[in-house]
Design a protein around this ligand. Structure first.
Ligand code: KG4
Ligand code: ZN
Length: 357
């Protein structure tokens, strides 16, 4: 029996999971560090690394309990090797390598973005994974990435990427300016649901006709509107601390959140359409933290239906960082016959997905 142990420590979530060979999740646990970082208004790398060290052992025990398994049952270990915070990555990567060596099983150094891109093929919780086809497009929208890739016959190419902020970063910055705390995505999502998008922001395009995206202008435009509304932009520490709840926010701020969210989704739709016109694809996976966004989920599903593209959204529980997707990426890599560097893989802060073999 195949049992893949996955370990994820690339950023501020510590996660461990055990996956069966057919992609069923046997056990999964995530420890978030929101409280440890919340007061700083962003992630502090040193705090993240220390928290991973403390969190990993009890999570591993919990996952083995859930799966009614023990370490000798593990047949493959996969841990995220990058991209991410090097100190944080090293904790999970070293743990994973040590376990694989001790158990005498193969080790896959997983790519965090590949793991996100493949996560929509998983059926969480309980179901079997869908076979990963030879050809598909993958939109990864997270705190660090807003990238569109094409997977074809084992090759990965980059079709479009943000040239400045990632979509999640824009959500986090807007939330910070509006005093909604960190992480900002879920708060802006909830606030936007109470508002009405009525004053659209322009969807930017590059004059070189590239498919790339940009969210920094939108962030500045939101800042200006916040000023005009008399809602003082919040910056720096300790002002980054949450100063208002979604419930107590004025209606004008809810409308602004709705306009902002609309602008993010409209730009994603715009680029997907441009890319699909030029390089048609029949399947698109959508993953990463921002793919939890309610407007994005509804609109990209509708976009797919209108264009005859099957849009596979990551299960909501797998949109944020998790080890289930890491175990799955490890399994897919091992089976593809391209397991990567294995035990010799270093932790990498930057690691372009399209550079993978
Ligand atoms: O994939 P992820 O957990 O971590 C990275 O690899 O970056 O993504 C985190 C990002 C954060 O920017 C967070 O604010 C955003 O995902 N996010 C959301 C929502 N939930 C999380 N953005 C918009 N709407 C949401 N519901
Ligand atoms: Zn991520």
């Amino acid at each position: 029996m195949t049992a893949v142990l996955g370990i994820e420590t690339s950023c501020d979530e510590t996660s461990v999971a055990l996956l069966a060979g057919d992609g069923r999740v046997l056990g999964s646990a995530v420890a978030s560090q929101f409280e440890a970082h919340g007061r700083y208004g962003g992630i502090v790398p040193e705090i993240a690394a220390r928290a991973h060290l403390t969190n990993l052992p009890p999570l591993l025990e919990d996952v083995l309990d859930q799966a009614k398994a023990s370490l000798p049952d593990v047949t493959l270990v996969a841990a995220t090797a990058g991209p991410g915070l090097v100190g944080a990555l090293l904790v999970g990567l070293s743990e994973g390598k040590g376990l694989a060596m001790g158990l005498g099983v193969p080790f896959v150094a997983a790519h965090h973005i590949e793991a996100h891109a493949l996560s929509p093929f998983l059926d969480f919780p309980g179901g079997r994974a869908r076979p990963v086809p030879d050809d598909f497009a993958a939109l990864v929208v997270s705190g660090g990435h807003t990238h569109l890739y094409r997977f074809t016959g084992g090759r990965i190419s980059l079709l479009a990427r943000t040239r400045d902020d990632a979509a999640g970063e824009a959500f986090d910055k807007v939330a910070k300016m509006a005093g909604l705390g960190y992480p900002g995505g879920p708060a802006v999502d909830a606030l936007a649901a109470r508002g009405r998008a009525a004053a659209p922001f322009a969807v930017p395009r590059f004059s070189d006709r590239s498919f790339d995206l940009s969210f920094s202008g939108l962030k500045t435009a939101v800042k200006e509107r916040l000023k005009a509304l008399g809602v003082a932009p919040q910056t720096g520490v300790p002002e980054a601390v949450k100063t208002r709840s979604v419930e107590s926010a004025p209606a004008s701020l809810a409308d602004l959140a709705a306009d902002f969210q609309e602008a993010v989704v409209a730009q994603l739709e715009d680029r997907l359409s441009l890319v699909e016109d030029r390089h048609p694809f029949s399947l698109l996976t959508v993953s990463g933290g921002v793919s939890a966004n309610s407007l994005l989920r509804a609109r990209l599903s509708a976009w797919g239906k209108a264009r005859g593209v099957e849009v596979l959204l990551a299960s909501k529980a797998l949109t944020g960082d998790n080890a289930v997707m890491v175990a799955f990426a490890g399994l897919v890599r091992l089976r593809s016959g391209k397991p990567g560097e294995g035990l010799s893989a270093p932790a990498r802060s930057r690691w372009p997905l399209e550079s993978l073999e």
